[in-house]
Design a protein around this ligand. Sequence first.
Ligand code: ACO
Ligand code: OAA
Length: 366
Amino acid sequence: MKGEVETGLENVVALESSITFIDGEKGILQYRGYDVEKLANLTYDEVSYLLIHGKNPEDEELEAYSRTLKDERRIGSTLIEVLGFCNFNIEAMDALKTITSLMSHCDPDLNTNNPQANTRKGMRMIAKFPTIVTSFSRLKRGMNVIEPDYEMSHGANFLYMLRGSRPTNLEARIIESDFILSADHELNPSTFAARTVTSTLSDLHSAVIGGLCTLKGPLHGGARMAVMNMLDEIDSPKGAQNFVLHKIEKHEKLMGFGHRVYKTYDPRARVYKQLAREIAMEKNDMKWFEIAEKIEGAAYEEYVQNRGKPIYPNVDFYSGVVYKYLDIPPKLATAVFATGRISGWIAHCLEQYSDNRLIRPRAKFV
Ligand SMILES: CC(=O)SCCNC(=O)CCNC(=O)[C@H](O)C(C)(C)COP(=O)(O)OP(=O)(O)OC[C@H]1O[C@@H](n2cnc3c(N)ncnc32)[C@H](O)[C@@H]1OP(=O)(O)O
Ligand SMILES: O=C([O-])CC(=O)C(=O)O
């Protein structure tokens, strides 16, 4: 056995991948060689195709990809019935993992594990996640489930199914960018989990369930829900400074801040901050944005003063602010993140299957 224990596998390079590049010192993030800031202006379908197929789609390829995703949006009455049985005190993530598991039973490619079948299975999950999450949310609020629209964009249809009314153009644009910005992030914990499941040659639904269970934790995607709860708790820009000081005094983590890889501002947080500003202005309600800016300012100053170095917002911070403005309930936040992340998981699982070696590190016995 070589080497010392790297706790949390920090800086351990576990595999080669041609999907996503991160420079954590400079704050650069690229999917398939393209800066995420630019990709955030495309459609989710385009970026999903890019991640999964490793190239930009030709017009007709995008047309066909998008058509399949739209046509696959519907979930059957059995899945809706089971959603109805889910405990409504749970987070949408728990419903999503239950339904993903059940969905595998109904998948026509259930027992096939080749690249074509896995791409089809992956596309079904990408298409149906918005329907599952929004249906759960509506049932939880005692409302009827909305049939998907088969023409709207991925993002616009998500908000339509959540609310039962069409979103504004800006809202539709913002949720589309949200799904793109959330879509992939190299070997983050949930993707690593999904790849580990894949590396045993288990099936794609199992790998995605592994990803969902991992994303849910508050140190990972669960921080997005925690950020929304924090905004509610602070409730006014005046309360932000004290909130941050209190966290430092109690040696508690500030949710939506810090990152294993970024030593500087997370490039996605910068885009989310701009989106949050735009939606706040459209709604003529700067409250959540101002609270967030105060938290960010206080976190920077107080951590420099108390710990000698700043902490910066990560992807979960301003996305939580954006969700406040989109009226996404906190218990839905991490499942909305997963609705974007699913394309990244599928891309990584396909890459893993295509050149597989069992992922199996060692422990140092003590
Ligand atoms: C989609 C995503 O997963 S993005 C991350 C979402 N998670 C969060 O926002 C939760 C809050 N953040 C954190 O817990 C961490 O920053 C993590 C889990 C993201 C990264 O963790 P690690 O790389 O293991 O860093 P670790 O937790 O060891 O922190 C290193 C130092 O920075 C401090 N630190 C890191 N993040 C924070 C934070 N959010 N608030 C306060 N201090 C922090 C730690 O206390 C530690 O200080 P010390 O060296 O004085 O003990
Ligand atoms: O990369 C990570 O460790 C966490 C993260 O930002 C993500 O999954 O988007």
